[in-house]
Write a protein that binds this ligand. Structure first.
Ligand code: ATP
Ligand code: MG
Length: 562
């Protein structure tokens, strides 16, 4: 059954609806975490293709990660099933690949070009420099500017001769193509007349240039984001592009969303206190929406070391799930409803560096708490995967990707096949998509958001997500903010770390625990760790120090709102 349009926008509040209804011309949605930006964007696209009669194939939505693109596709599949397949929901990289595939000859590639992974890049450079060590050095220098221009040129030519493009070129080459060929640019402008970009605060210069080429000054471009959640500066992202949107698109209309649907009021108040000293959106409002009858304070735990911290996490999860020793702090008695309706999937443990996961996993295992860790290992780096992908070139020309993998693999390659199966199934018959995803660095994808397991993930990977209970571990000076032992503090870097802290806090819906350890092993030796300076920006009336695994007090009366 077709969802009526009133239902489509009915899931939005008045401000969100106004944002979704700004269909013509450029617009900027600037709003804090949990205000429904992603939800509004999804509904806006649904509204465009139903109420506004915009052909779905003219809509392009750009998201930050493949995972986010899949999620949006899934939601639109439910909202507007008859249009969903015709929408283009892409990441910048997958969009770049698509443009290159469609115009390969113009950039000196064949239709079967491949994306060079690091091994292939290194092989090309080793051939050029006849020295593997020098090649390794050159590879790290090529991605950082300024590079040796002559070498860069020879490297690019060598890639092209092998029908390869490297990862950085996936966006840079389409930019050059559209700049030098106005007919091609016009083609895409006509094809994608309705463009929206989520997480716009984290675009880098090349991505920005691609958007400028795709969306003219008066084009239907919707940029959505939150400057205070810009966390990819180290990768070249520049929040300045967000901040100058009005200059780039002079007629742009701006909408602010101020109601946070995600977090309890104390969590939200604490998050705002944490970001205020360096906010890029001065004077911004962010108030809790929804009903929070007994909102929890932010729990602050001081541990002796990383193992004590991990044990705290494990015990707290057990107790919130109604473990036998669960006591309500208010009454001191065992509560009848210890679990508060929570399951393992409602918990996430967020950390700054992957190395912190080890102690947590050990403690959860010991406590019998099932978990899944979001891996950042590339599929392509797992044994056997490259061989299968290479064979796919030759083996079988029809059938689904998963069938073709079975044809192409050596019989003992079970492990590799299992790793590839989820991606292969998502790709159906589309072998090009499958190869592209692998080359784009698809990660070992064992994270299943629907499984009843506690999730462990880095703060960066948590962007855009939400969980009822969040532990942010390692809130220590030198870890969050991150600084190499012995390095001087850098103000810009520290501001970005503060934004990361803000992103982490605002993932929490009902409970947020911040923990820090007095000492932890870093780079092989145990070091004293002072608490994170960000903690001292939290008002004492939103946090509660908790000694051991206990839920922080819940206050029946809402404290002052923001
Ligand atoms: P972030 O900055 O973290 O990416 P966001 O602004 O994109 O956050 P969403 O993820 O879209 O926020 O929404 C946050 C949560 O609030 C989601 O669970 C969403 O379903 C819910 N939500 C948003 N708007 C509404 C609404 N009008 N009514 C009910 N729930 C809403
Ligand atoms: Mg979002």
């Amino acid at each position: 059954a077709r969802v009526s349009d009133s239902t489509l926008l009915g899931g939005l509040d008045a401000d969100q609806r106004a944002a979704a209804e700004l269909t013509d011309g450029p617009s900027l949605i600037i709003a804090g975490p949990g205000t429904g930006k992603t939800r509004t964007l999804t509904h806006k696209i649904a509204h465009l293709v139903t109420a506004c009669g915009v052909p779905a194939q003219q809509c392009l939505a750009i998201t930050f990660t493949r995972r986010a693109a899949e999620e949006m596709a899934e939601r639109l599949g439910a909202l507007v099933p008859e249009h969903a397949a015709k929408l283009t929901i892409a990441t910048f990289h997958s969009l770049g690949v698509r443009i290159l595939r469609e115009h390969h000859a113009l950039v000196g590639l064949t239709s079967r070009f491949c994306i060079a992974d690091e091994a292939a890049q290194l092989a090309v450079l080793t051939e050029l420099l006849e020295d593997e060590k020098a090649a390794k050095r050159a590879l790290s220098e090529l991605s950082a500017l300024p590079a040796d221009a002559e070498l860069a040129d020879r490297y690019t030519k060598a890639l092209r001769a092998k029908d390869l493009v490297d990862f950085d070129e996936l966006i840079a080459l389409p930019v050059r193509l559209l700049e030098s060929s106005p007919e091609v640019a016009t083609l895409y402008r006509e094809r994608f007349q309705w463009i929206s970009v989520d997480e716009y605060q984290d675009v880098d210069e090349t991505q920005y240039r691609l958007l400028r080429l795709l969306a003219p000054e008066n084009g239907n471009l919707t940029a959505i984001g939150d400057p205070d959640q810009a966390i990819y500066r180290f990768r070249g992202a520049d929040v300045g592009f967000f901040l100058r949107f009005q200059q780039d698109y002079p007629g742009a209309r701006t909408v602010q969303l101020t109601r946070n649907y995600r977090s309890g009021p104390h969590i939200l108040a604490g998050a705002v206190q944490a970001i205020t000293p360096t906010t890029l959106v001065p004077g911004r409002e962010l108030t809790p929406a929804g009903h929070h009858p007994e909102p929890a304070l932010i729990g602050l735990h001081h541990a002796t070391d990383e193992h004590g911290e991990a044990a705290f996490v494990a015990r707290t999860i057990d107790q919130l799930l109604g473990g036998s020793s669960f006591h309500s702090l208010d009454s001191g008695r065992v509560t009848g409803d210890g679990s508060q309706g929570l399951g393992f999937a409602d918990f996430a443990v967020l950390y700054r560096t992957d190395a912190q996961a080890k102690a947590i996993m050990e403690a959860l295992t010991r406590a019998g708490v099932p978990f899944q860790k979001r891996s950042h290992d590339r599929l392509a780096d797992r044994p056997g995967v490259r061989e299968i992908v290479r064979e796919l070139h030759f083996e079988g020309t029809s059938g689904s990707v998963i069938e073709r993998i079975h044809q192409a693999a050596t019989p003992e390659a079970h492990a590799a096949i299992d790793l590839l199966a989820p991606l292969a199934r998502r790709c159906g018959d589309d072998i090009e998509r499958f190869r592209t995803e692998i080359a784009l660095g698809a990660e070992v994808d064992t994270w299943d958001p629907k499984a009843d397991l506690v999730t462990l993930l880095t703060l960066h990977a948590a962007k855009g997500l939400e969980f009822p209970v969040v532990f942010m571990v390692g809130c220590e000076d030198g870890l969050l903010p991150m600084r190499w032992p012995g390095a001087e503090p850098d103000q810009e870097e520290e501001n970005e770390e503060r934004r990361l802290f803000f992103v982490g806090m605002t993932r929490a819906q009902r409970h947020l625990y911040l923990s820090h350890a007095a000492q932890r092993v870093r780079q092989g030796s145990s070091r004293p760790m002072p608490p994170s300076p960000f903690l001292s920006d939290l008002d004492s009336d939103v946090v509660e120090r908790i000694g051991d695994a206990q839920p922080p007090r819940r206050k029946a009366t809402q404290l002052r709102l923001l």
